[in-house]
Design a protein around this ligand. Structure first.
Ligand code: CA
Length: 244
């Protein structure tokens, strides 16, 4: 596989509370979007990414048992949650901090995903982009319940309110998924600073346009979010199953 990633402060924020880790050798990708007063959001996302990166650790062997990988991801995310809760309890300036997380373990034939919050994973397959994750947000739940439409969710004043995040003492349980992929496909992990500024059709067009140049795709995604207003921090990781 090969991977490129880029994070950008955007055009309105002072600091960047997004954080990511992408390791071509192990196929491990981690992206977190922190929240909290002062610099607490940066602390939360950094703690989450580092904890999961360390615990998922060495190159993963795909033993053919998808459950084993998913289980390890869930444990690593639970450990990250505990560390954030403990850090917030130990330092009053960090009180209330939290973060989203999306984790991918990429093998030659399949991708294991785990996520909490509204950072997303998409797969471009046969030229079509498909959302692989469901946001853990109030507006996403309202859409599911039929209370508002997808369209209304786009600009809803409560759209950044999460229904699940890391930093809550109750276990932040991730959604787990396994998807097949093949050469030519592209996996995109991103924070809401991208998806709130750029619609899915444009994400698809950018990924298709840049083909094998994953770094250029990341730069274009960030540029599009900034052109759309850049109201939040922006992070994108683009992955291809074929070797560089
Ligand atoms: Ca964000």
């Amino acid at each position: 596989m090969k991977v490129a990633g880029l994070t950008d402060v955007g055009r309105k924020r002072q600091g960047n509370e997004d954080c990511f880790w992408a390791d071509e050798a192990s196929g491990l990708l981690v992206l977190a979007d922190g929240m909290g007063g002062h610099a607490a959001g940066e602390v939360a996302s950094d703690l989450a990414v580092r904890t999961v990166a360390v615990l998922m650790g060495a190159p993963m062997e795909d033993s053919g048992d998808p459950d084993a990988v998913s289980e390890r991801m869930a444990q690593a995310i639970a450990a990250a949650n505990r560390r954030i809760v403990q850090a917030a309890a130990a330092d009053s300036t960090l009180k209330g901090m939290g973060t989203t997380i999306v984790v991918a373990v990429c093998g030659p034939e399949r991708v294991h995903l785990a996520h909490v919050g509204d950072s997303r994973a998409y797969l471009l397959h046969d030229g079509a982009l498909r959302l692989l994750t469901r946001d853990h947000s109030l507006v996403a739940e309202m859409v599911t319940a039929g209370e508002i439409t997808e369209q209304e969710a786009q600009n809803h004043p409560l759209r950044s309110v999460l229904s699940r995040s890391l930093g809550q003492p109750s276990d932040a349980k991730p959604d787990l998924a396994v998807v097949d992929w093949e050469p030519g496909d592209r996996l995109l992990l991103c924070s809401d600073g991208l998806t709130n500024m750029v619609d899915d059709e444009m994400l698809e067009a950018i990924l298709r346009f840049h083909g094998n140049d994953l770094a250029a795709a990341c730069q274009q995604l960030v540029a599009a979010a900034n052109a759309g207003g850049g109201l939040d921090n922006i992070t994108a990781i683009v992955v291809a199953p074929e070797a560089g």
